[in-house]
Write a protein of this length. Structure first.
Length: 189
C-alpha cells in the first residue's frame, strides 16, 4: 500500500496523497490496519483497528448516513496511503471517501496519545481564508471556480508540511491563477 515518490532519507520524505485528475484507489485493510463498519444514530462510520497489536479502535471516518432506513454510503472509501509521514516510527494514513456527489479526505497522524484526525478540506479552507481574507471556494463542486489539483505531505528536518495545489475548476471559463498552500501542523483542522 505504501508508495514511494521521490528520494527518501531518514529525515526527508515527500508523498503524493491525491491528484484531482486521477481515480483514488482505496483499501479496507492494509499491512497494519483492518476495518469494519458501524452505525451510530444516523451516521455510518468505517472503523479501523490495529492488525499488529491488541484489537482496539485506532480511528474512524464518516462514510454515510441512514436516510429513511436506507444506508447511503460513499461508493469508494478507505485507506489510500499508509506510511510513516511524521517520522515517529508508527504508520500514518491518508483516508479518502467519495462518489459523484462529493468526497472527504483525512490524514490520521500518529502520536503518543493515539491518532489525530486532520480534515484536509477544513484545513485548506482555513488556509484560503487566512491568505485571501475571504471565504474559500466550494472546490468539491464540478462547476466551482477552483478545484483541488494535488495534495502531498512533506517531512524534513524542519517538520511536517501539507502541500496542496488549488487550480481553476474544470468548467471555469474565466482565466484564474493556481495557488500552492504549505500548511504546518499548527494550522491543521
Amino acid at each position: 500500500m505504501a508508495e514511494a515518490v521521490g528520494q527518501d532519507t531518514p529525515t526527508n520524505l515527500r508523498r503524493q496523497l491525491f491528484s484531482g485528475h486521477d481515480h483514488v484507489p482505496t483499501a479496507k485493510e492494509t499491512r497494519t490496519v483492518t476495518s469494519s463498519e458501524t452505525t451510530s444514530g444516523q451516521t455510518i462510520y468505517q472503523v479501523f483497528y490495529s492488525k499488529t497489536g491488541q484489537r482496539r479502535e485506532l480511528f474512524r471516518a464518516r462514510i454515510g448516513g441512514v436516510i429513511d432506513s436506507e444506508h447511503v454510503k460513499f461508493w469508494n472509501y478507505g485507506i489510500a496511503k499508509e506510511d510513516d509521514f511524521n517520522g515517529d516510527g508508527s504508520p500514518d494514513y491518508f483516508w479518502y471517501g467519495g462518489d459523484d456527489s462529493g468526497d472527504a479526505m483525512y490524514l490520521f497522524v500518529s502520536s503518543r496519545n493515539g491518532y489525530t484526525k486532520v480534515d484536509i478540506y477544513e484545513t485548506l479552507k482555513a488556509a484560503w481564508n487566512q491568505r485571501f481574507k475571504t471565504k474559500s471556494p466550494e472546490w468539491a463542486n464540478v462547476d466551482a471556480d477552483y478545484s483541488i489539483g494535488e495534495i502531498a505531505i512533506e517531512r524534513s528536518a524542519t517538520g511536517l508540511v501539507l502541500v496542496a495545489t488549488v487550480e481553476p475548476g474544470p468548467l471555469n471559463t474565466v482565466e484564474k491563477e493556481s495557488y500552492e498552500f504549505r500548511i504546518r501542523p499548527s494550522d491543521f483542522k
